[in-house]
Ligand binder design. Structure first.
Ligand SMILES: [Zn+2]
Ligand SMILES: [Zn+2]
Length: 440
């Protein structure tokens, strides 16, 4: 059985926030379980389903509690403000004890923010199928990969068949999340426990915040292909640095942590603003050059990441050399690929970001320290070898549809002569200068 087939019959575990996604007025609570089971079956998942319903159960009508438990739904009592945090803690704990394949289903409106950020990072290391249901759809957390999603009311409506015959299932568990064990919800101890914990149970705790960045290389990634996307505006070639050393420095950094697969590098820049010796140095060491303007750079790199995923089935690695924010769209996209398949990613930046990105990296570097791995003697040796066996990178113009060539002369001619580029106005964010195109 392939991994994909195995998960279709593996267990499905459901965490349900009853406040966000309540049982509708007049709805038979005994229908909740079969509705969820039916929705999963409809998309091919038929494993055993276990459900835990979280809410302030002192507010839940007794007939609902009874109906839920009679259909094997576990009922967990929480304080409304803490539901999200407690649910997340239970998810994290469950993941620790239940290796994939399995499907997680989260029924809640409060998955965005720290919840989805941390879950997306967990999913990049250990991949479960992830289903969602919600009353209100949010679009903020596009970096979290969902394998299926439902509107809660629709899911319940579609499941609404004939009422169940009672007594078919054994009754489920009741938990009190304030006391950590089953207790009568009206007891004195319970009330006191809730009062104290309400002050302590504040925000959700991100478990991946302390994850170290350097993971041991796995055998399947050690020799896999590595694609490097290098934003030369954020992370430029330092003054006086020989451009021919960029590729060997990147390769040496990979080798040092156990990655020896073939490395392709694409450098994105406005090549009308780049010194000619840099173009020569990069292309002679097999670095592909992609011409773009400051405004378009992000979208062109984004398109290329998508193309990369298309062309490179996992295992494979991607490296981003750029200054990124916590949930920029390129790291978000890479993070989704990592949640989907066994990919691996690296990051280099000109300064350490104040907030950790959602992308779960296997290693990170400061750009300038990555470039200075070699001693002076070693540099001379590498440069001598470079001039002996020069290779050529490809040249792309990301502003002209599908334009590429294999010669530097042709590339520079294209940039200086073609009508499109003659009118281009460069923009260098470093010095905020606006330059006119040079006269023809
Ligand atoms: Zn209690
Ligand atoms: Zn062009």
């Amino acid at each position: 059985m392939s991994g994909n087939d195995a998960v279709k019959t593996a267990k499905i575990v459901v965490w349900w926030d009853m406040k966000d996604c309540p049982i509708p007025e007049g709805y038979d609570a005994r229908q909740v379980r079969p509705s969820i089971e039916r929705a999963c079956k409809k998309i091919g998942y038929s494993g055993p389903v276990s459900i835990t319903a979280y809410a302030d159960q002192t507010q839940t009508p007794a007939h609902h509690l009874q109906a839920l438990s009679s259909t094997g739904v576990a009922v967990a009592h929480t304080i409304s403000e803490c539901t999200c945090k407690l649910m997340y803690e239970d998810i994290v704990e469950w993941r620790d004890h239940n290796p994939p394949p399995a499907t997680m289903m989260i029924i809640s409106d409060h998955v965005e923010g720290d919840f989805s950020w941390d879950l997306a990072r967990l999913q990049q290391r250990t991949r479960y199928k992830l289903f969602m249901a919600y009353s209100v759809q949010t679009y903020k957390d596009l970096f979290l990969l969902r394998n299926a999603a439902w509107l809660w009311k629709k899911l319940l409506e579609e499941g609404g068949g004939a009422p169940l015959v009672a007594g078919g299932l054994s009754s489920a568990m009741f938990y009190c999340k304030s006391c950590k064990f089953r207790k009568h919800l009206s007891s004195y101890k319970h009330g006191r426990e809730e009062f104290t914990s309400a002050r302590w149970y504040t925000g959700l705790e991100c478990v991946t915040k302390t994850w170290r960045r350097n993971y041991r290389v796995t055998p399947e990634h050690a020799t896999a292909k590595i694609q490097v996307l290098w934003d030369m505006v954020n992370c430029p070639i330092p003054e006086g640095y020989d451009a021919r050393l960029v590729r060997p420095s990147i390769e040496a950094a990979f080798k040092k942590i156990g990655y020896s697969g073939p490395v392709s590098i694409t450098a994105y820049a406005d090549y009308k603003e780049t010194p000619h010796h840099h173009l020569v140095g990069l292309s002679s060491t097999g670095v592909d050059l992609a011409h773009t303007l400051y405004w378009y750079k992000g979208s062109r790199m984004y398109d290329d990441v998508r193309q990369w995923e298309n062309d490179n089935p996992a295992p494979a690695s991607v490296m981003l050399i750029s200054d990124v924010d916590r949930d920029d769209y390129i790291p978000s996209l890479i993070s989704r690929y990592l949640q989907k398949s066994n990919y691996n990613c690296f990051l280099a930046y000109s300064f350490r970001p104040c907030k950790m990105t959602v992308m779960l990296t296997s290693a990170e570097w400061l750009w300038e320290s990555l470039l200075s791995v070699f001693s002076e003697k070693r540099r001379r040796h590498i440069l001598k070898k470079c001039s002996e066996n020069a290779s050529t990178g490809m040249f792309y113009c990301k502003l002209c549809y599908d334009w590429d060539c294999e010669s530097l002369d042709e590339f520079t001619k294209h940039l200086s002569r073609s009508k499109t580029h003659a009118r281009e106005i460069g923009y260098s964010p470093k010095n905020k200068r606006i330059r006119k195109a040079p006269p023809k």
